[in-house]
Ligand binder design. Structure first.
Ligand code: DGL
Length: 349
């Protein structure tokens, strides 16, 4: 029969063998602020303050996430995302990369305000070096509101980040039981929980029956050439909004402020009024890279339609909305001012 010491050894060996099977997956939770970290005074009032609840409280308020994963929380910043900046994108990206580089971390969830979430998501999608799931999540109502959506969104984001089927899909956004690709997602409504959409492609998945279910994937034609680990600063790029009678003064002001690039949110198929076109041609002569985008919010701006892009040296933004085109142009300008290379980025990333 076994001696006492042998029983102990068998017991210890069993624990050692079972631990990996029982151990919960480790997820990095990087908090940046937003309404998901917001609080108001009355459950029925829409008045609240964003970016006041710390990451420790976010984790404590949704115990279900700690039941499915070992959560490593970091408070990267505490901002309403209308105050987000390219400098903060770099900080978020570098801290996310550092977490993802840890072998034990299976994925990352980033809580973020919804106003500019699409910009941060696309920046991270272009610069993070990982195949692990990265899911940005926010909420349209603070946790103190009747019908608050943040807790469910956060749980679903963590569940998505630990799903084996979520790897190698690029950065995603999860809101309102729906999963979106970073490149395609945009906020399409000021206050509804269903605010997020992907007008050109639709969502890549849904969350139901306590799991993510993927409908499609948004595959990149080529690997992104941008690496968060090699970025230290991002050049200034302005967005100019076009409308009937819009003044070219906006363009001149951007050039005078030192913009290295201008994204034109033109009317229709990225069209320009004569004064604006002249000012953009002058900006090109000052070395400013100009990308024609559109205020339409869906579809794809086409080359050489009503504008002689080749003659003026304009880059065409394709299906990226103006705020996404700005993200890509900022990154492109960290590598080159060659128009053919930059157009190549817009045609493939
Ligand atoms: N201030 C907005 C922001 O932080 C609130 C919107 C939200 O997070 O849902 O983006």
């Amino acid at each position: 029969m076994f001696k006492k010491s042998q029983f102990l050894q068998i017991g210890l060996l069993s624990v050692a063998l079972m631990t990996p099977l029982l151990a919960k997956p480790q997820v990095a939770l990087l908090a940046t602020g937003g309404t998901i970290a917001g609080a108001g005074h009355a459950r029925t009032s829409s008045q609240y303050t964003a970016a006041v609840v710390p990451v420790t409280q976010l984790i404590a308020d949704v115990p279900e996430i700690s039941a499915i994963a070992e959560i490593h929380g970091d408070q990267v910043c505490q901002l309403a995302s209308q105050a987000m900046t390219p400098e903060m994108w770099l900080k978020i990206g570098k801290q996310t990369q550092a977490q993802l580089d840890k072998e034990a971390i299976v994925g990352a969830v980033i809580t973020h305000g919804t106003d500019t979430m699409e910009e941060t998501a696309y920046f991270l999608d272009l610069t993070l070096q990982t195949t692990k799931p990265v899911v940005l999540v926010g909420s349209m109502r603070p946790g103190t509101a009747l019908g608050a959506d943040g807790a469910a969104n956060l749980y679903q984001a963590v569940k998505t980040a630990i799903s084996d089927n979520s790897a190698n899909r690029g950065v995603m956004v999860l809101m309102n039981d729906t999963i979106f690709a970073a490149r395609e997602v945009t906020k399409g409504h000021p206050f509804k929980p269903s605010a997020f959409e992907s007008p050109n492609t639709g969502p890549v998945g849904d969350f139901h029956d306590n799991a993510p279910f993927y409908l499609s994937r948004v595959d990149r034609k080529v690997e992104s050439p941008f690496d968060i680990r090699k970025l230290s600063a991002l050049p200034g790029v302005a967005i100019i909004y076009g409308y009937a009678g819009s003044s070219a003064a906006q363009v001149r002001a951007a050039v005078q402020e030192g913009a290295r690039g201008i994204v034109m949110a033109g009317v229709g198929n990225g069209n320009l009024n004569p004064d604006t076109e002249k000012a953009l041609i002058a900006a090109r002569q000052d070395g400013v890279v100009v990308v024609r985008s559109s205020r339409l919010g869906s579809g794809s701006v086409t080359k050489e339609a009503e504008v002689d892009d080749a003659k003026h040296g304009f880059v065409v933004g394709g299906s990226l909305n103006p705020q996404k085109a700005r993200v890509l142009l900022m990154l492109a300008l960290t590598q080159t001012v060659d128009l053919d290379r930059i157009q190549g980025y817009f045609d493939t990333l």
